[in-house]
Write a protein that binds this ligand. Structure first.
Ligand SMILES: C[S@@+](CC[C@H](N)C(=O)[O-])C[C@H]1O[C@@H](n2cnc3c(N)ncnc32)[C@H](O)[C@@H]1O
Length: 256
């Protein structure tokens, strides 16, 4: 096993263990119709189009609340994949509560657990794609899952927002935006996690190199008026920070 491969497996093991612990506290936090904290939502952006009758797969489906939204929008088939068995269990419960039966896989997005090629009209990933420890491999799988003309819509924390640090006086850059790669740290719940720092251009170039056509890139400004979300000035996602820098990067891309 190469060192790099061993590292990626170790990163996945760390993240799986932490998500299994965090899952119960994360139900529906970043799920459609929201694209991210304090960010514009689907009612405003209209990125998904008419979902009626579509085959949809969610990459990093978490607690299943985006799948429930897509079910309510009339999707014909819903499939979801997540690294965490706890998240998959919760997604199953969410689906049961909402009266639908998705195909769920407990599997890292960097692998294919048996998902058919050329099958899906739409792939979505809400605050999950950036967890990938191998973005090229993940995008390659998504490309194969989609039918020609199928679309990928994903959101992720804006890579500049991830570099910000708030002090009582100022909002400053805490690390270089240019430094990319794995960062081992503690999650907001104190669990060890491995996040990958990537620039906006890294996401966009990876899409282009995988063969996607980019249709829309949104650096979602703060939903100042429309959001009903409470503001917590000292938390990671605060209106004060979001006024300076969008919390969320949203991309819509198409398989030719
Ligand atoms: C921030 S949550 C968002 C998920 C979903 N939008 C929600 O609100 O429940 C990120 C999800 O990505 C999953 N995840 C992290 N790394 C992953 C990987 N390598 N492959 C698949 N899922 C992963 C986590 O288990 C978690 O459910």
């Amino acid at each position: 096993m190469s060192t790099e491969h061993a590292d990626l497996q170790r990163f996945l093991a760390i993240n799986r263990a932490s998500w299994d612990k965090i899952a119960a506290q994360y139900k529906g936090r970043t799920a459609l119709p929201l694209y991210g904290p304090l960010a514009p939502a689907e009612d405003e952006l209209q990125l998904l189009g008419d979902v009626q009758g579509l085959r949809v797969i969610e990459i990093g489906c978490g607690s299943g609340h985006s799948l429930a939204y897509l079910h309510a929008c009339g999707a014909a088939e819903l499939w979801g994949l997540d690294l965490s068995s706890e998240q998959i269990r919760t997604a199953g419960e969410t689906a049961k509560e909402h009266g639908f039966s998705p195909r769920l896989f407990c599997c890292p997005m960097e692998a294919n657990p048996g998902i058919p090629a050329g099958y899906f009209d739409l792939a979505v990933s809400i605050y999950a794609l950036g967890w990938s420890v191998d973005l090229r491999a993940t995008l390659g799988h998504i490309m194969r899952y989609l039918r020609p003309g199928g679309r990928l819509v994903f959101s992720w924390e804006h890579p500049v927002y991830s570099c910000l640090k708030t002090t009582p006086q100022q909002i400053v850059l805490d690390r270089s935006y240019s430094d990319e790669g794995p960062i081992e740290k503690l999650s907001w719940k104190g669990e060890p996690i491995v996040m990958h720092a990537r620039k906006v251009s890294t996401f966009l170039n990876a899409l282009i190199e995988t063969g996607f056509g980019i249709e829309k890139v949104i650096e979602g400004d703060l939903r100042e008026q429309k959001t009903g979300e409470a503001d917590f000035p000292h938390r990671w996602y605060s209106k004060r920070r979001a006024r300076m820098m969008p919390t969320t990067l949203i991309v819509k891309a198409r398989k030719p």
